[in-house]
Design a protein around this ligand. Structure first.
Ligand code: PHE
Length: 340
């Protein structure tokens, strides 16, 4: 009986100093486990004389139960303390100022290209596409620019070592479209083009155009003018005044350059329009019969118009960007400034 008392006192003292789960488990195994002294003592009860056995048994079981309860209480207390410590360490200051996360956004060229695409989709156009690395046929020959043609010198071309060309205009997509889709058709193709230019504030080796192509029966310059005016008014959110100037592109006949009345000076003449009152905006014209023939279409049956608009220039105009080289500079300060 005395041993029971000593055992209990020691066990409780030890339990009080067990500070974590491993220490608790260790205590439980030693004090209450099957091989622990208490279990051993209970096993030996049967060797005691009848009279003592009963009392010893009651006491031993009561002791075992007290220790088990003490163990539960201690476990509980330690768990509570652990949570309290955790809460103390992990609290959040909900009134602390937020460090703003920088969200990504579309590049201004993408914003305007998508806006124009929407305008064209509203007029029944499809969005077309073609490769950036082209062959001579699609970039030149089928567009009525045969080898040796002086128009090849109008645009300085990058060639790959394998003899392919980086497309110098999106007009190559006209050919890809006419080869693939039977007319009547309407489509626009926004995309990158490349020219080996002397670089300055308005010339870059990589820039963006939007090509347009409409093929149907009896298409005239009047149709073309209507579409282009509607498109420009929608793109610039205002009424526009335009004029057509005769111009030469081998793949259209007649060919024109379309000018917009300068919005900065309303036509009086200023530095934006170089005192002319007009801003050169796009090249256009009626599809040349030779282009139809190159694409195995009957030039007597079909007619159409095409245009190529300088998207980079349009974006510069719209956002007041003074140097085209910003677009490809990769300078995040430029991109972020136009992030909206
Ligand atoms: N491809 C011409 C250019 O890059 C523009 C153009 C397109 C002209 C379609 C007429 C018709 O300058």
């Amino acid at each position: 009986m005395k041993e029971f008392d000593i055992f209990e006192a020691e066990a409780l003292a030890e339990l009080a100093s067990a500070a974590d789960t491993p220490a608790l488990e260790d205590w439980k195994a030693r004090r209450l486990g099957k091989k622990g002294p208490l279990s051993e003592a209970l096993k030996r009860l049967k060797d005691l004389p009848e009279a003592e056995r009963r009392e010893a048994g009651v006491r031993a079981n009561a002791l075992k139960e007290r220790l088990a309860r003490a163990f539960e209480a201690r476990s509980h207390a330690l768990a509570e303390r652990a949570i309290a410590t955790q809460l103390e360490g992990e609290w959040l200051d909900l009134s602390a100022p937020v460090v703003p996360a920088r969200a990504g956004h579309l590049h201004p060229l993408t914003v305007v290209a998508r806006e124009l695409e929407d305008i064209f989709i509203g007029m029944g156009f499809s969005i077309l596409d073609g490769p950036l690395v082209e062959d001579d046929w699609h970039n030149f020959e089928a567009l009525n620019i045969p080898p040796g043609h002086p128009a090849r010198d109008m645009q300085d071309t990058f060639f790959t070592t394998a003899g392919a060309v980086l497309r110098t205009h999106t007009s190559s997509v006209q050919i890809r479209t006419l080869e693939k889709y039977p007319p009547p058709l309407r489509g626009v193709a926004p995309g990158r083009v490349f020219r080996c230019e002397e670089l300055d504030a308005s010339h870059e080796h990589t820039f963006y155009q939007i090509e347009g192509l409409v093929v149907d029966r009896d298409i005239s310059v009047a149709h073309m003018l209507y579409f282009l005016k509607t498109m420009l008014a929608a793109a610039l959110h205002r009424d526009v005044e335009v004029r057509l100037r005769h111009s030469y592109f081998p793949f259209v006949e007649p060919g024109f350059e379309l000018d917009l009345r300068c919005s900065a000076c309303t036509g009086k003449g200023c530095s934006v329009c170089k005192q002319s009152g007009w801003i050169e905006t796009l090249g256009c014209g009626l599809v040349h019969p030779k282009v139809f023939k190159a694409c195995k279409l009957d030039a007597d049956e079909w007619s159409g118009f095409a245009f190529g608009l300088g998207l980079s220039r349009l974006v510069m105009n719209r956002y007041g960007i003074d140097d085209i080289r910003h677009f490809m500079s990769g300078d995040l300060r430029f991109v972020r400034q136009l992030g909206g």
